[in-house]
Design a protein around this ligand. Structure first.
Ligand code: T4K
Length: 419
């Protein structure tokens, strides 16, 4: 089964053998359930861990040249020339009027929440990275978790309607896995109830909705350029918007409220993106389309390799739109011979470090678990999806042979090879 790639692999190291031993309980359960121990044991570990978020790093000569210029200028932060160029290029790419670049996506969310004057309760999905909820809680706002549509993993507009109370001031929706949230429906709800609508677009840089780039929807949107995102600036994030006032307020807020030297006109924080991060961002922008091509090729390879593996469903993207394909997610059916957690553990024993994003849902993490103990009552789809999703390695971390081997592992684990 593994001739296609096994010749490329080195012998497992002691650490890998140790991981394999740890995974043996999973293997024996799988055997009893018909996955076939010989098949599983015949698959060697990858010599190095395969991560879901291995950073894509652009042209080093470009980066080094930008850093040299920065050092020569002795201008390292505070609205420097690289930052300004980066903001121009991001705004252009996202097809918006304004980009306010900041230290990371979480800071961008926190600033946006304050700029919009949100208070009381704000409706969010629980099925997201915990930063979406934290950005509210951190500002003394109650995140009210609404359920998702199990088909899209994005907020279900009807669940949002049910979550509205007299204290609701806004909706913070997420374009999960880069797939656009139900923008039209959420905007209609926001308009009907006089709520602010903003988007956590941390996963959606470069993607489109109805042919228009994500970035210009709602009052504003937020990108993350964290190292693990397909496009990174080491750490980084941005508030993007067509609204002049939001952009101006966000600029003030990220720089202590300074409107000029010695002139502080409002409360603010320090969320300024450094020049070296902007240099990384500018460098990586050059190769962003090539990275998307790699991601798409990986997606197609997973699609072909997972065809016919019963109970394993690859997330689909609307291919009429532009997608960055940065997340390869599968859902595994309940009732397979192995559980999702056993699959993740077994893959890990072979050095495939798949992740259970975004299990168990923000509402089951602290402080939400203690603060809102019954939040889960309204989140059956969140619970079900969070229990079944696995995120697999993609991007620069894998080639076609590696993907075929990961699919082979899944085939053996789910018992599909014995059919
Ligand atoms: N909203 C949403 C919907 C988000 O997904 C995120 C972040 C945010 C808001 C907040 O944006 P930021 O404030 O982060 O800009 C990771 C990332 O840290 C986080 O940015 C991301 N979402 C989230 C989905 O994933 P962890 O805790 O899973 O990261 P970690 O350190 O385990 O890294 C993931 C994998 O990448 C690992 O297998 C290791 C590998 N890796 C990581 C780094 C940093 C590398 O190979 N090289 C590296 O340099 O959260």
């Amino acid at each position: 089964m593994c001739e296609t790639w096994s010749s490329k692999l080195n012998k497992p190291t002691e650490a890998h053998k140790d991981r394999s031993r740890k995974g043996s309980s999973v293997e024996s359960r799988s055997v009893r359930r018909g996955a076939g121990s010989a098949a599983w044991n015949s698959i060697p570990s990858f010599p190095e861990p395969l991560h879901v978020g291995r950073p894509n790093i652009g042209d080093r000569a470009t980066f080094n040249a930008l850093v040299d210029q920065m050092l020569d200028r002795h201008w390292l932060s505070n609205d420097g020339p690289l930052l300004q160029e980066f903001e121009r290029r991001i705004a252009e790419y996202a097809d918006v009027e304004h980009c306010v670049a900041v230290t990371n996506g979480t800071a961008a969310l926190e600033i946006l929440v304050r700029v919009l004057g949100l208070s009381g309760e704000v409706i969010v999905p629980s099925y997201t990275f915990v930063a979406t909820a934290h950005a509210l809680q951190w500002q003394g706002i109650t995140p009210v978790f609404a359920d998702i549509d199990p088909a899209t993993h994005n907020l279900d507009p009807e669940a949002v309607r049910r979550a509205i109370t007299a204290r609701t001031t806004g909706i913070l929706a997420v374009h999960l896995w880069g797939r656009p949230a139900p923008i039209r429906e959420l905007q209609a709800i926001a308009d009907e109830h006089g709520l602010q609508l903003a988007f956590d677009a941390a996963h959606a840089f470069g993607n489109t909705f109805e042919g228009k780039r994500i970035g210009g929807f709602g009052r504003a949107e937020v990108f993350s350029f964290h190292a693990t995102k397909f496009f990174n600036s080491f750490e980084g994030g941005a508030i993007v918007t067509d609204d002049d006032e939001i952009a101006e307020a966000a600029r003030l807020m990220r720089n202590f409220g300074f409107a000029g030297a010695d002139n502080v006109i409002s409360a603010g924080t320090n969320a300024k993106m450094t020049e070296v991060c902007a240099a990384m961002g500018l460098t990586n922008l050059q190769s962003v389309d090539a990275v998307i091509e790699t991601n798409l090729r990986n997606y197609r390879t997973y699609q072909a390799a997972l065809t016919g593996v019963p109970g394993v469903h690859l997330t689909k993207y609307n291919e009429a739109e532009q997608n960055n394909f940065q997340y390869i997610t599968i859902e595994v059916d309940d009732g397979l011979p192995v559980t999702r957690d056993e699959i993740v553990e077994a893959l890990s024993s072979k050095n495939v470090l798949a992740r259970k994003y975004f299990w168990p849902g923000a509402h089951r993490m602290q402080p939400y678990r203690d603060l809102y103990p019954s939040a889960g009552d309204a989140l059956p789809h969140t619970a079900s999806v969070a229990r079944r999703v696995i995120v697999l390695p993609t991007g620069a971390a894998v080639d076609e042979a590696a993907i075929r081997s990961i699919a082979d592992m899944l085939r053996v684990l789910t018992g599909a090879d014995a059919l």
